[in-house]
Design a protein around this ligand. Sequence first.
Ligand SMILES: Nc1ncnc2c1ncn2[C@@H]1O[C@H](COP(=O)(O)OP(=O)(O)O)[C@@H](O)[C@H]1O
Ligand SMILES: [Mg+2]
Length: 260
Amino acid sequence: MLDIRGLHVTFLSTGKEAVRGVDLSMAHGQRLGLVGESGSGKTVTAMALSGLIERWNVNMTGQVLFEGRDLLACSRGQLRAVQGREIGVVFQEPMTSLNPLMKVGRQVEETLKIHTDLPPAERKHLALEAMEQVGLPDVAETYEKYPHQLSGGQRQRAVIASAMVIHPKLLICDEPTTALDVTVQAQILTLLRSMSEQFGVAILLISHDLSVVRRLCEDVAVMYKGQIVERGPTQRIFTAPQDDYTKRLIAAIPTRKRHE
Ligand SMILES: Nc1ncnc2c1ncn2[C@@H]1O[C@H](COP(=O)(O)OP(=O)(O)O)[C@@H](O)[C@H]1O
Ligand SMILES: [Mg+2]
């Protein structure tokens, strides 16, 4: 489904090469974790893939093949057909992905408005259904609310609903639980797992925290200074890490969490 080959991303404003030759592949329905310390290039990799990167400010080389099409070589129109429709994104802070002035239900519907020509009644029906699927309470009522009237966890559920309403093939989640408290974190990870099992959506879970990734992902790729230093099944990465940096990441997890 996804095959990133030799991706380099350099910011023109600073000359910083944030991504230095990343190869990363994902199969349909796979849950892959991308971990690494802050500044290692995880978000920039995700943005190159989701099309959210400011193209005028970067030089990108390599290939980002999604279902055989190179997203780096696509026109804007071709990209629109993929990004948001086949690839959905969920970021750390739901408040920044949600428009504070727009009702929650309308925002879930917005994805359908942009990417389909479904009539309004059908869009609303699908939006309410997606809101139920992500576990929002009393969806008819929540539909009419504004983001600030929801809790942090509910807002993240709404963001997930707005990405999932169109049934993308890939959901990129960049630190989706970092801003949430521990119990809500666990609920959101459970929700993501159920989305992947129920709908077969592949999930790229980006986190600085290996213990978060371990809860959801069967595979882990470890990123360090703009490169993937190691990739493998989660269990193997934990029990027999090969790379020195991976070993340090694991050693940095508090002992209590390491044995969870
Ligand atoms: N818009 C930008 N302009 C210039 N440099 C950036 C920009 N965004 C990110 N970077 C740099 O790219 C590197 C990787 O950042 P990022 O992908 O956000 O790291 P991570 O998500 O792993 O914490 C960092 O050194 C960061 O400063
Ligand atoms: Mg980041």
